[in-house]
Design a protein around this ligand. Structure first.
Ligand code: NAD
Ligand code: SER
Length: 314
């Protein structure tokens, strides 16, 4: 098994590459990113290639030279950056995905492509958002996510490309900083709590969103890619979640460990608007039924583990 990871120096890639190198062997996981100034542990613990995903030729050459059979496609522009740079978000998220799917089609590769809670919009049912429901996102990031889900379904149906994907909620991790999303506050709050005993939050205190701790997210990717294809009905867009909370609730959880911690609010209207258009909580029963999805971390255990790791780091 030889796996190419695009966007491997980002928030998910920094955790996933190391996790998969532990399972499948360091030399079998080829990390790649736009440039090499990110997570040095990923770059030096196994093969690394500079790949711009808008360059389909370079992806094809790398797939051939390493005899790649699976591409984990993480290169992307996230929601908040995407609202500031919608043209760039369209180019990287759509043309990058198209290139990866074309290379997969001609080289018989399986593909993992993450979608997001951003694939839903303000008209979607907000609570226990169903697996199959109305998707009319109002952000450029969301437009590319729902289009990506449909494009992956198309490549499976038309060309039998084994494409699979998850609608991830906000991911919380300590391996690297998040890359410009709306859920990033749920990572920044831990650093600020430990460094300054205070955090100025850009969302209102009552803004619910789904979240997941990174160990569950990387497990989910491996589990879905190893799942029996005959059981997969929603192969490119499984709702997955582990917890749903608002800024006030995560602040209260942190206060149990750091009693002096205080949260303040200074709302950023762009990110608030994005968050308000997304679900409060997802129904992930299809993932549980079709490939036995079951997260390990809740708000309390995630908070304890994050504080432990970030304390060691800083
Ligand atoms: P990130 O922003 O942390 O990392 C993305 C990586 O892509 C970066 O290392 C960046 O250098 C790279 N990149 C950007 N443009 C590129 C290009 N043209 N060619 C190659 N690489 C390029 O993102 P992430 O959080 O790791 O997210 C990875 C995927 O998971 C994305 O598709 C994202 O939409 C999805 N996702 C993430 C979250 C989350 O909370 N982190 C939630 C839902 C879905
Ligand atoms: N964490 C991501 C974002 O906020 C969700 O896809 O953009």
């Amino acid at each position: 098994m030889n796996i190419l990871v695009t966007g491997a120096l980002g928030q998910i890639g920094s955790a996933l590459v190391q996790h998969m190198r532990g399972i499948y062997g360091s030399n079998n996981i080829i990390a790649s990113d736009l440039n090499s100034d990110g997570n040095q542990e990923v770059i030096h613990s196994g093969p690394f290639e500079k790949i711009d995903v808008t360059d389909g030729k370079k992806i094809a050459e790398t797939v051939k030279s390493y005899n790649i059979d699976t591409v984990i496609h993480l290169a992307s522009i996230l929601s908040a950056v995407g609202e500031h740079k919608p043209n760039l978000a369209w180019d990287i998220n759509m043309n990058g995905l198209f290139n990866v799917l074309e290379v997969a089609r001609y080289n018989r590769c399986a593909v993992f492509v993450p979608s997001s809670i951003a694939a839903f919009g303000p008209q979607t049912p907000k609570d226990h958002t169903p697996q199959d429901t109305l998707q009319r996102p109002t952000t450029m990031y969301g437009v590319t996510k729902v289009s990506g889900e449909i494009l992956c379904d198309y490549y499976y149906k038309k060309y039998k490309v084994d494409a699979r994907g998850l609608r991830f909620p906000g991911l919380i991790s300590h391996e690297s900083q998040p890359g410009g999303g709306t859920t990033d506050y749920a990572v920044h709050i831990f650093y600020e709590a430990l460094k300054n005993k205070g955090y100025n939050c850009y969302l209102r205190e009552d803004t619910y969103m789904d979240m997941m701790y990174m160990p569950d997210a990387v497990d989910a990717i491996v589990k879905l890619m190893e799942a029996n294809p005959e059981r997969l009905i929603h192969r490119n867009a499984f709702n997955v979640t582990a917890m749903s909370f608002n800024p006030k609730q995560i602040a209260n959880e942190i206060k149990k460990h750091i009693p002096e911690f205080e949260i303040q609010y200074e709302v950023d209207l762009i990110r608030q608007d994005i968050a308000d258009s997304w679900p409060n909580s997802l129904d992930d029963s299809a993932a549980r039924e079709q490939w036995d999805w079951s997260p390990k971390y809740d708000l309390a255990s995630m908070t304890e583990d994050m504080l432990k790791h970030i304390r060691q780091k800083i």
